[in-house]
Design a binder for this molecule. Structure first.
Ligand code: AMP
Ligand code: MN
Ligand code: MN
Ligand code: MN
Length: 336
């Protein structure tokens, strides 16, 4: 599925090379939009596809060291490009501090880019993630909402460390901090890396299973943003809101129906169908749900780290052709 990165005959590369080298701005700050982009033609899987096609190798979900990934925004841009990604978004948790770097690195590579974020939300007592795409990263209300969402993370992390200390693991707060690049964004993933490094567990999945999920010693329930607020922050900043990896939530059928209904009512328009967090039966289930609710479909690896993630950037199967891709509605938000 990978395409060579530097193939000069690659249509999207030559398309990128033709793109004007005008200064790049984040959406909402200038008239950078390019209406003809949606109808341009490129190739993927040896089929001619347009940049609004479901077959586009779009990867619209991943994390840098600005949240809980291990690579810089620049290294992720390189990796996405090398893996044949044709449209990319960095979606750090509750944080847009990496957007300018990601967009600049993508532009330097000729890789079309959408701004991105993944907002933590509490819905029906569970944590749900809402991805935002194609917004103005400088929007003040979005910035304030994200700052408030990040706000409780340090207090929560200190409580997590207290729980772990009682279970015989001392100094976990300081240990987790060693893995944190952005002190506002200490997350369970950083604790997981510390517990692997110190030999308590073999890998991060084991840490989550034994220590960091509901009922385990390092788990601290947390109240994140409200669903409606997250959707509004994104949409008022000119972006589209997408339910991230719905197959991961432990909802009853009624709760899941309520999530999709309320998300739509708040103005949400998309759902991740093909993601690194789904198995193939989830692709089928959420493709049907996308059609049932009239939602556009998104695709993203949720890549965090070469050492930890089982799905690399740009390596997922394409979206089912019957779905409307979220990027078909975002053509004028793409940065080139
Ligand atoms: P937080 O936002 O601090 O609650 O951390 C959530 C992050 O933990 C997710 O975005 C994933 O990167 C990671 N995570 C959650 N569950 C698991 C798991 N079972 N195995 C590995 N990583 C996980
Ligand atoms: Mn994460
Ligand atoms: Mn997530
Ligand atoms: Mn994610």
């Amino acid at each position: 599925m990978h395409r060579p990165a530097q193939d000069p005959t690659d249509p999207i590369m030559s398309l990128s090379a033709r793109a004007p080298a005008a200064e790049m701005r984040l959406p909402g700050t200038s008239s950078h939009s390019n209406p003809s982009a949606a109808s341009r033609c490129c190739s993927f899987y040896n089929h001619p596809v347009t940049s609004s096609s479901a077959a586009l190798n779009a990867d619209l979900h991943c994390h840098s060291c600005v949240s809980d990934g291990t690579l810089t925004p620049e290294a992720l841009a390189q990796r996405a490009h090398a893996n044949g990604v044709q449209l990319w978004a960095l979606t750090d948790h509750d944080e847009v501090g990496g957007q300018a770097r990601a967009a600049a690195a993508a532009q330097a590579l000729g890789l079309p880019y959408l701004t991105g974020v993944e907002i933590s939300v509490t819905f029906a007592g569970e944590t749900v993630h809402i991805v935002g795409l194609g917004f103005d990263a400088a929007d003040p209300a979005l910035g304030a909402g994200l700052a408030a969402t990040r706000g409780g993370r340090e207090r929560r992390a200190r409580e997590m460390a207290e729980g772990l200390a009682k279970a015989g693991i001392p100094d976990a707060f300081e240990g987790a901090l060693r893995y944190v690049s952005n002190p506002d964004l200490i997350s369970r993933t950083h604790f997981a890396r510390f517990l692997v490094e110190t030999g308590v567990c073999n890998d991060t999945s084991e840490v989550f299973r034994r220590f960091l999920t509901d009922g385990k010693p390092g788990y601290v329930p947390h109240r994140w943003a409200a669903l409606g607020d997250a959707v509004r922050w994104i949409t008022h900043a000119g972006g589209l809101a997408v339910i991230a990896h719905p197959g991961r939530y432990k909802f009853s059928a009624n709760e899941e129906y309520a999530l999709f209904s309320e998300f739509k009512a708040h103005g949400g328009t998309g759902v991740e169908v093909v993601t690194g967090s789904h198995n193939p039966s989830d692709y089928v289930k959420y493709a049907d749900i996308a059609l049932e609710f009239g939602l556009q479909a998104s695709r993203g690896s949720d890549f965090h780290s070469p050492d930890e993630s089982h799905t690399d950037l740009g390596t997922l199967p394409p979206l089912p052709a019957k779905l409307t891709p979220v990027w078909s509605a975002l053509a004028d938000r793409v940065l080139r």
